[in-house]
Design a protein around this ligand. Structure first.
Ligand code: NAD
Length: 496
C-alpha cells in the first residue's frame, strides 16, 4: 500500500481527521491507499505557509534561485525511475511514456533554470533630461496550481518550476487520481535547498479547489483539466480577484492530404491516437482525409496496426497501451462507441471485441469511419482510444471543418507540399500546429496553449508566456541627480 499525505511547509501533514478517497490502480481496479482530502483547514495551513515564505523567496536573487532549480533538476533525474513507477501504478500508462513525460517536465525546469536571463528588464536612459525609465518583472505572489490526472509530473513541473523560478510561492493540488508524483517532486525540491513553504502540496477534490479559488491570500491560479472545470475555475477565480489561466480539453485533428507519405503518416497518427490510451490533451482523435482514396489507403494501413496494438499493464514491458483511468471513464468511452453507431458512423474496429487483460479498466483501440461533423463522437472530447475518420473532398473543406470546431488545442497537417503546409499554418484557427508532426507540444523555451474552448487565459504555459503570467510588470521613471530644480508643473510631464 502507498501512504499519502499533504506536504506543507516542508513537512508531511496527514490530515488524519479529514475524509479520504481510495487511489485506484487502473490496471487492477484495486486500491493503492487512502488519500486525505484537504478541507478549509489544510488549505489555510498551506496558503499561510506559502504566504510566510513569500517575502524571503521573492527577494532571493534569481541566480540563487536558479542554483536550487539546477539541483532540483538533478535530483528529479536521479529519482525518475521511482517517480515513473508511481505514475504507472496510479495512471496505468507505460513506463516509457511515464519517463518521457517526466523528461518533458524537466525540459521546462531547464528553461526555468535560465530565469536570471528571462527576468532581465528593459532600460531607457535619458527619456527626459536626467530622467531614466526602466521596467522590471516582479512575482505575482502566492500561486494556486490545480492539475489533471493524465500528466502527474509533467504538468506540475510546467506550472510550478516557472512560478517558483519567478519568485512566487506555490500551493499545488494535483489530481486526486494520480497524486504521488507531485508529492515526490515537492520533497525533492526541499532536498535541493528550496526553502520550506515555497512549494506545498495539498490533496483533494472540489472542496480543496474551491478553497484555493476563494482564498484571499492566493494571488494567481494556474489550472489544467476539462473545459467545463476550466470555465468554472476561471469564473470563480476572477470573481475573487485573482489572475487566472485555465487550460481545457481538446479535439485534435490530423488533416491528411493526398500527397502525404502514407506509411510515416500512419505511424505518426497511430502513436498520437492510441498512446497513453488516448488520454492526452494533444492526442489525435480525428483524421480529416482529403479525398476518398486517401481515406481508403489510410484505413487499409491503419486497421491491422490498431488490431495488433499490445494492450497491457505497465508492468508488462511489451505493452503499448494501458488501461483507462477509471471505471467511469471506461463506461463513458464505451458509451461513445454505442452512440457513434446509433448516429450512423461505421465502427470498423470495435475495441470491446479485442483481447484485453481481464482486470482493471482496459479497452482496446477503436476506429470509426464515415463520421459526420454533426455527430456527438465528432463534437465531444472522448479522451480514450477512439479515432474518427471524416472524409472531405478538398483541402479547403477540411480546413473549414477544423476551423469550425469549438476546441482548438492542437492540429497537424500531413503533406509533402510546402505550399499547402504554409497556407495551413497561416489559416488554421488552432493554438499549436504540426507539419508532419502529430503531437506538436512546444519545447520548454517556447509556450504551450490552445485557442477557443481549449483555453481560458491571456498567457500560455511555460517559455516566456509562463514568465509573463507569473510576474507583474513594474515601470519606474527616475530623475538623478536630485539637485535639479524643475519648479512646479500642473500639466502631465512631457519629454523634452
Ligand atoms: P478534471 O477537470 O476532471 O480535473 C482537473 C483538476 O480539477 C483536478 O485536480 C480535479 O481535482 C479538479 N476538479 C475536477 N472537477 C472539479 C470541479 N467540479 N470543481 C473544482 N475542481 C475540480 O480533468 P481530468 O479528468 O483530471 O483531466 C483530463 C482533462 O484535462 C481532459 O479534458 C484533457 O484534455 C485536459 N487536459 C488539458 C491539457 C491542456 O494543456 N490543455 C493538458 C492535460 C489535460
Amino acid at each position: 500500500m502507498r501512504s499519502y499525505s499533504h506536504f506543507i511547509n516542508g513537512h508531511e501533514v496527514n490530515g488524519s481527521r479529514s475524509p479520504t478517497l481510495p487511489v485506484i490502480n487502473p490496471s487492477t481496479g484495486h486500491s493503492l491507499g487512502s488519500l486525505p482530502l484537504a478541507g478549509n483547514a489544510e488549505v489555510d495551513l498551506a496558503v499561510n505557509a506559502a504566504k510566510k515564505a513569500l517575502s524571503s523567496w521573492s527577494e532571493t536573487p534569481p541566480a540563487v534561485r536558479a542554483k536550487i532549480l539546477f539541483r532540483w533538476r538533478h535530483l528529479i533525474e536521479e529519482n525518475q525511475e521511482e517517480i515513473a513507477t508511481a505514475i504507472c501504478e496510479e495512471h496505468g500508462k507505460s513506463k516509457t511514456e511515464a519517463l518521457g513525460s517526466i523528461g518533458r517536465g524537466v525540459d521546462v525546469l531547464e528553461f526555468a533554470c535560465g530565469i536570471p536571463s528571462a527576468l532581465k528588464g528593459e532600460f531607457s536612459t535619458n527619456v527626459g533630461r536626467a530622467v531614466d525609465s526602466y521596467s522590471i518583472r516582479q512575482p505575482v505572489g502566492v500561486v494556486g496550481a490545480i492539475t489533471p490526472f493524465n500528466f502527474p509530473a509533467m504538468i506540475p513541473l510546467w506550472i510550478c518550476s516557472v512560478a517558483i523560478a519567478c519568485g512566487n510561492t506555490v500551493v499545488l493540488k494535483p489530481s486526486e487520481r494520480t497524486p504521488s508524483a507531485a508529492l515526490m517532486l515537492a520533497k525533492l525540491a526541499l532536498q535541493a535547498g528550496l526553502p520550506a513553504g515555497v512549494f506545498n502540496v495539498i490533496h483533494g477534490a472540489k472542496e480543496a479547489v474551491n478553497g484555493l479559488l476563494t482564498h484571499p491570500e492566493i494571488n494567481a491560479i494556474s489550472f489544467v483539466g476539462q473545459t467545463s472545470t476550466a470555465k468554472y475555475v476561471q469564473q470563480t477565480a476572477i470573481a475573487h480577484g485573482k489572475r487566472v489561466q485555465a487550460f481545457g480539453g481538446a479535439k485534435n485533428h490530423a488533416l491528411v492530404m493526398p500527397d502525404a507519405d502514407i506509411d510515416s503518416t500512419v505511424d505518426a497518427i497511430l502513436g498520437a491516437a492510441y498512446g497513453s490510451a488516448g488520454e492526452r490533451c494533444m492526442a489525435i482523435s480525428v483524421i480529416v482525409a482529403v479525398g476518398q482514396q486517401t481515406a481508403d489507403r489510410l484505413i487499409v494501413k491503419l486497421s491491422p496496426k490498431i488490431k495488433d496494438l499490445k494492450i497491457g499493464a505497465p508492468t508488462d514491458a511489451t505493452a503499448e497501451m494501458g488501461p483507462l483511468i477509471s471505471q467511469d471513464q471506461l463506461t463513458r468511452v464505451t458509451s461513445y462507441l454505442e452512440q457513434g453507431e446509433k448516429e450512423g458512423a461505421k465502427l470498423i474496429i470495435d475495441g470491446r471485441k479485442h483481447a484485453c487483460p481481464k482486470t482493471g479498466f482496459f479497452l482496446a483501440g477503436s476506429l470509426f469511419d464515415h463520421v459526420q461533423p454533426s455527430m456527438t463522437i465528432y463534437q465531444d472530447e472522448i479522451f480514450g482510444p477512439v479515432l474518427c475518420v471524416v472524409r472531405v473532398s478538398s483541402y479547403v473543406e477540411g480546413l473549414n471543418l477544423i476551423n469550425g470546431h469549438p476546441y482548438a488545442n492542437g492540429v497537424a497537417i500531413f503533406t509533402s507540399d510546402g505550399d499547402s503546409a504554409r497556407d495551413f499554418c497561416q489559416r488554421v484557427q488552432v493554438g499549436m500546429v504540426g507539419v508532419n508532426v502529430s503531437i506538436p507540444v512546444p519545447v520548454g523555451f517556447h509556450s504551450f496553449g490552445g485557442w477557443k474552448n481549449s483555453v481560458f487565459a491571456d498567457h500560455g504555459m511555460h517559455g516566456m508566456e509562463g514568465v509573463r503570467f507569473f510576474t507583474q510588470l513594474k515601470t519606474i521613471t527616475s530623475r538623478w541627480p536630485s539637485g535639479i530644480r524643475q519648479g512646479v508643473e500642473f500639466s502631465l510631464p512631457r519629454v523634452e
